[in-house]
Ligand binder design. Structure first.
Ligand code: FPP
Length: 245
């Protein structure tokens, strides 16, 4: 297929990943390198999130999942957590208009009931307002943890067993998938982690069973459209066998 890259040139590739996941890491180090507070790094990261989201949509990516706040991020200093909450609020408000223009549907992965009521209201508004959009699905993983995702699914299945609606032997991979936050969506084909760290950090651990990982030695605020092009190129060179030969 022809893939139109950031510079406007085209390149022949075999396939475009349907679902890309990004662990937006390195905001704090980006700020430190510049002698700025960590919150300045998050702000730069949020700006880049907007740029890369629009670019992913423009090249035909169908699902993009970004890790914005993990279930473990609450342990950060209170000042950093509250700065992040403020940032989420202002970006959701601003970015919404942008995303609507781009026909992007926004969904949230994670237990959003832990956020303050104002942010929760905004989250529901964004989901509702964009529900009719037919372009790229943007999943914002917020208060998300892969282990929590599995627990959340299994707990609902246990309730069904308790109510006599299903038998324990009915529980299979499809059933667990049905109650994950990503219900109805394909598993990520490609997971990208900037910042040089090479781990999943509890991101989509169930869904990533056969994902291709690409790590970049670039901090998230510096991650460019060209880096996404490069990740897609690397993905295309991989030989996916899904356990077969
Ligand atoms: C990890 O970098 C980044 C985060 C915990 C926050 C990510 C959030 C954003 C990029 C804002 C996105 C905004 C919206 C609305 C989705 P780090 O702080 O762990 O960096 P470090 O490892 O260099 O310290």
């Amino acid at each position: 297929m022809i893939f139109r890259k950031s510079g406007g040139e085209t390149e022949d590739i075999l396939s475009l990943p349907v679902h890309i996941g990004i662990i937006m890491d390195g905001n704090g180090r980006w700020a430190k390198k510049r002698g700025l507070p960590r919150t300045a790094g998050h702000k730069a990261g949020a700006n880049n999130f907007r740029t890369i989201t629009k670019y992913a949509s423009s090249i035909g990516i169908k699902y993009l999942t970004v890790y914005a706040f993990s279930t473990e991020n609450w342990t950060r200093p209170e000042t950093e957590v509250s700065a992040l909450m403020k940032l989420f609020k202002s970006y959701l408000e601003e970015a919404l208009a942008d995303f609507m223009d781009e026909n992007i549907r926004v969904r949230f992965l994670g237990d959003v009931s832990k956020f303050n009521p104002e942010l929760q209201k905004l989250i529901h508004e964004v989901e509702e307002a964009s529900a009719c959009k037919t372009g790229m699905v943007l999943n914002l993983a917020m208060n998300y943890g892969g282990r929590d995702d599995i627990v959340h699914s299994v707990r609902q299945l246990a309730e069904k067993v308790k109510a006599g609606e299903i038998e324990p032997s009915d529980i299979d991979e499809d059933k667990i998938n049905t109650y994950l936050y990503t219900e109805g969506q394909p598993d990520p084909d490609l997971i990208i982690r900037p910042s040089g760290e090479q781990r999943l950090s509890n991101f989509l651990i169930w869904q990533a069973a056969y994902s291709e990982f690409v790590y970049f030695d670039v901090l998230w605020p510096d991650f460019k459209k060209e880096d996404l092009d490069e990740a897609i190129r690397i993905y295309n060179a991989r030989n996916r066998r899904f356990g077969g030969v």
